[in-house]
Design a protein around this ligand. Structure first.
Ligand code: S3P
Length: 250
């Protein structure tokens, strides 16, 4: 090969690199659209079947370079999953008074993500307090509004979401939350929950007994549906939640 051929080859490689960049950008755009569809329809992000098929096709297409191609596509697939994971919500679940709104607000500021509180959004949209909604329309209507709000937030993605304490009591909410986000259970001790003065909580009108009953009924479901669990009263809790979430999205 002479100097002039070398520069022709280099020009060809530059052109191929340009095409690869353009195609990869297009691929990542499509991946984002698929992520939104998955969030809206309760489909998990991981789909190893498609990856296995892709790798099998690589060997068939180019036996000479199949090892290199597999390496490249492993990186492409990992980055595609990363894009999809970054589009998920960060959900905070736990008992009334465990600090979901407070922690959620702090987390959203630190992470630079928008913050949403399902109860507050419902109140704003209906122009009524949660108490009033329960009294005038009843709990089943409130639960429907809650599911609707979750679906909208799942479709939006990339948001820190403080949920209502009873969110997991509607079975349909569980796949919505699990497939559209990373879930943190704020596991506040019962003694601390009992020390709270909680206003505008229709299900807690019976006071401490209601809190104890709901705590015992719900704690296992919070645990079962959490990606990360921490005590909101312990030192450094926000930092630990952020580290666990960052490990997950990266
Ligand atoms: C509820 C908790 C409330 C609110 C509604 C029902 C519950 O939210 O969604 O009163 O079933 O525990 P908080 O957890 O923010 O109090």
């Amino acid at each position: 090969m002479n100097e002039s051929e070398l520069s022709t080859f280099r020009a060809e490689i530059d052109k191929i690199d340009d095409d690869i960049i353009e195609l990869l950008s297009e691929r990542f755009e499509i991946v984002s659209k698929i992520a939104q569809f998955k969030r809206e329809n309760g489909i998990p992000i991981e789909d190893n079947k498609r990856e296995t098929e892709l790798f099998a096709a690589l060997t068939r297409r180019d036996e000479t370079h199949c090892i290199e191609l597999k390496r490249v596509f492993t990186t492409i697939c990992n980055n595609s999953k990363r894009i999809q994971r970054r589009s998920l919500n960060l959900y905070l679940i736990g008992m009334p008074g465990c600090g979901k709104s407070r922690c959620g607000y702090t987390l959203s500021n630190i992470l630079g993500l928008p913050f949403a509180d399902t109860d507050k959004l419902i109140m704003r949209e209906k122009g009524q307090s949660i108490d009033e909604i329960f009294d005038t329309l009843g709990e089943p209507s409130f639960r429907k509004m809650e599911t609707n709000m979750l679906l909208r937030l799942a479709s939006r993605g990339g948001t820190v979401v403080a949920t209502g304490g009873g969110v997991l009591t509607t079975p349909a909410n569980i796949p919505i939350i699990r497939s559209s986000g990373y879930t943190v259970f704020l596991d506040r001790k019962l003694d601390e929950l009992l020390n709270q003065k909680l206003r505008n909580r229709p299900l807690l009108r019976d006071g401490k007994e209601a809190i104890i009953r709901l705590y015992n009924e719900r704690r296992s479901s919070y645990i079962q549906n959490a990606d990360y669990i921490d005590n909101p009263d312990s030192r450094g809790v926000i930092g630990r939640i952020i580290s666990s979430y960052k490990r997950f999205i990266n």
